[in-house]
Design a protein around this ligand. Sequence first.
Ligand code: ATP
Ligand code: MG
Length: 257
Amino acid sequence: MKIEIPPSHPRYKSLLIREKLVEGFEKGLVVPQGLIAQGRGEAFDYLIGEKTESFAVKAIEAAAALLLLSEKPVISVNGNATALVGEELVDFSNASRIPLEINLFYRTEERVNKIRDYLLELGAKYLYWQADGVLPGLESNRRLVATRGILSADTVLVMLEDGDRTEALRRLGKNVIAVDLNPLSRTSLAANITIVDNVVRAVPLLKQKYFELSKRPREVSKQIITEYDNRRIISESLDYMSKRLRELVGNLLTQNT
Ligand code: ATP
Ligand code: MG
């Protein structure tokens, strides 16, 4: 069922994102668990004010630099990412020639094929979907990856990723860039670069920063990476959330007196 959301609704954008996910669910791209994962993300988005804050901008710049410096970067795509930013990911991948790889937590061939067909329809030129390799140190379907994709990548961009897999990628010595609204998730804490932002805002900005930086000397990217400190960025995001909560408490108390 489709509902009309009035643009004046205070959660307008957030509700539109939900609609996109529900559409993805109806098309068979998203699993029910993906809808719940979105809910956990939304709670953190609420706390950061549903805007890309400076800690996310700095992480996105570092991510752009790392992708430019990497020899074999890969963008890992799941059902939620496809439903929320499928077009933007295809656009970025085609323009940068960084391949996409379909990598699902709840993997069935049927769902892989649906996501593949959807991304191909959007025009994806560089796409891995066949999982002919195994990521060591993981159980079940989560370990299945493409040998020429994630398995041989030096840098993997993940979004809405599970902590186990992020940790497995790090153990294999890969650089991990994560987009995750929860700065406390295992993925956020294990990644080399943690972008605490909603994928719908982060992915278009990452593309923009990537192409801005690609026109500048490689030394600029190297400098950004040398100076980048992920622990500090995660701390800044937590500080921002707690500051905002304190402000909200203050507002509430003054209103009541
Ligand atoms: P972890 O396994 O890393 O400890 P988790 O078990 O808490 O995390 P998962 O369901 O495994 O959560 O991963 C999904 C992650 O994606 C969550 O941290 C959630 O906050 C985040 N998330 C959900 N929706 C979005 C979104 N639209 N943009 C960015 N991040 C999101
Ligand atoms: Mg998890």
